[in-house]
Design a protein around this ligand. Structure first.
Ligand SMILES: NC(=O)C1=CN([C@@H]2O[C@H](COP(=O)(O)OP(=O)(O)OC[C@H]3O[C@@H](n4cnc5c(N)ncnc54)[C@H](OP(=O)(O)O)[C@@H]3O)[C@@H](O)[C@H]2O)C=CC1
Ligand SMILES: CC(=O)[C@@H](O)[C@H](O)COP(=O)(O)O
Ligand SMILES: [Mn+2]
Length: 386
């Protein structure tokens, strides 16, 4: 029985993780989980997660209310509570399915605590890649990807040697606006942006998918996960999201991982690795539903944040944290209908241009870089509206 601590339980990846665990009750149990602000969802989850002993919520006031309702549970709160949850001793796998930069510190705490890491929180690697890699090495801890493209690459790499790999090919759906020109993007709405063509995901990643910031993050994530240089990472637009990603080898063989757009497979594989478990309650892939698959080059003029991510990835240092922080803030402003869709790109690009580059940042430098990216976007927006 593997015991799990799950951050971000109330979200899209979190609830699907609970679904996987509850179909494999002899293999896994969740002993600790975190929610942000959704206390109704948290109460529902506590009904179906009978082994939970520890809970973290974002706000102290919510914690005090929940403590009255669940006196037998131990509660934590705020960002320090996420680190406390990660630092518990009586568990095996740390699943990080929280959204945003706030996932980085708990990831580092869980690594120091020598737990197996199952990572959905891509921001841990985008903002803190070198620190996470160094900690994994120092504490001799494995990290398994949950992001679908990286799970696909990880599956394609099984049984091969690093020196056999020619390139990684990361597929991209193109997002909600893939059939629109940049001119047509001027007036798009939040509701339109939130309609991903293939995946049902949280708000921030769905918007990032439409700007291809998500794909840019995934390029950086792949660089750190698989130690592949940026020149050997390609992005290929594939509108059906059937091929989740591929590896090309030096003998020109290409190995791909295919399947339905269902995150329960990558989640389950990260939990059960190196074994493959039965998949319950999910449709099998049907080739007859996909008589044709389509491929296009990824165009960085159409998707400038993808181009920016390659530049930021190559420079490294503190710029990933600046780019992510600026994007978190710009996406939040867009979701609140305070800026336009195209403004997201402008704000993020300007924040990175304005940042002071630090080649070898400390953790505090990354926290400062995240703050800088956010403050730059907020202050620029305030300057525009005042
Ligand atoms: N969804 C997907 O299919 C995929 C997601 N990912 C990555 O996984 C991560 C999670 O994404 P997703 O599940 O879509 O996101 P969601 O928005 O659905 O869920 C986010 C989770 O984070 C919690 N959270 C938000 N703000 C805070 C806060 N201030 N303090 C504590 N917790 C907070 C939310 O809590 P609450 O709702 O209670 O406020 C929720 O549990 C992201 O890094 C994303 O990029 C990667 C690949 C695929
Ligand atoms: C499910 C998943 O891993 C997402 O990151 C997904 O890949 C988003 O799709 P696109 O970014 O390709 O639109
Ligand atoms: Mn992905």
């Amino acid at each position: 029985m593997k015991k799990i601590v799950l951050l971000g339980a109330t979200g899209s990846i979190g609830t699907q993780t609970i679904d996987v665990v509850n179909h494999h009750r002899n293999e896994f149990s969740i002993i600790g989980l975190s929610a942000g602000h959704n206390m109704k969802k948290l109460s529902e989850l506590l009904e179906v997660c009978p082994d939970v002993k520890y809970v973290c919520v974002a706000r102290k006031a919510d914690m005090e209310e929940m403590q009255k309702m669940y006196p037998s549970l131990t509660f934590f709160c705020e960002d320090k509570g996420l680190e406390e949850l990660a630092s518990l001793s009586d568990y095996d796998i740390f699943v990080n399915a929280i959204v945003g930069f706030r996932g980085l510190l708990p990831t580092l705490s869980a690594i120091k605590n020598q737990k197996v890491i199952a990572l959905a929180n891509k921001e841990s690697l985008v903002a803190g890649g070198p620190l996470v890699k160094a900690a994994l090495k120092k504490y001799n801890v494995p990290l398994y990807p949950i992001d679908s493209e990286h799970s696909a690459i990880f599956q394609c790499l099984q049984g091969s040697h690093a020196d056999e790999v020619d390139k990684l090919i990361i597929t991209a759906s193109g997002g909600s606006f893939r059939d629109k020109t940049r001119e047509e993007l001027k007036d798009v709405t939040v509701a339109q942006a939130l309609k991903h063509p293939n995946w049902n995901m949280g708000g921030r990643i769905t918007i990032d998918s439409a700007t291809m910031m998500n794909k840019g993050f995934e390029v950086i994530e792949a660089h750190y996960l698989f130690d592949v240089p940026y020149d050997d990472i390609d992005v290929l637009v594939h509108r059906e999201s059937v091929i989740h990603s591929m590896v090309q080898f030096h003998d020109h063989a290409i190995i791909a991982q295919l399947g339905t757009a269902d995150m329960r497979l990558p989640i389950q594989y990260a939990l059960s690795y190196p074994d493959r478990l039965e998949m319950h309650n999910a449709e099998k892939f049907d080739f007859m539903k996909y008589p044709a698959l389509h491929f296009e080059a990824a165009n960085t003029k159409r998707y400038p944040l993808l181009g920016l991510a390659f530049e930021v990835g190559r420079k490294g240092g503190n710029l990933g944290a600046v780019m992510n922080g600026a994007d978190e803030e710009a996406v939040a402003l867009f979701l609140q209908e305070k800026i336009s869709f195209l403004d997201i790109e402008t704000y993020v690009i300007r924040a990175v241009e304005a940042a002071v580059y630090i080649e070898h940042p400390t953790l505090q430098d990354l926290i400062d870089a995240d703050h800088f990216g956010r403050a730059f976007v907020k202050d620029t927006w305030k300057g525009v509206v005042e």
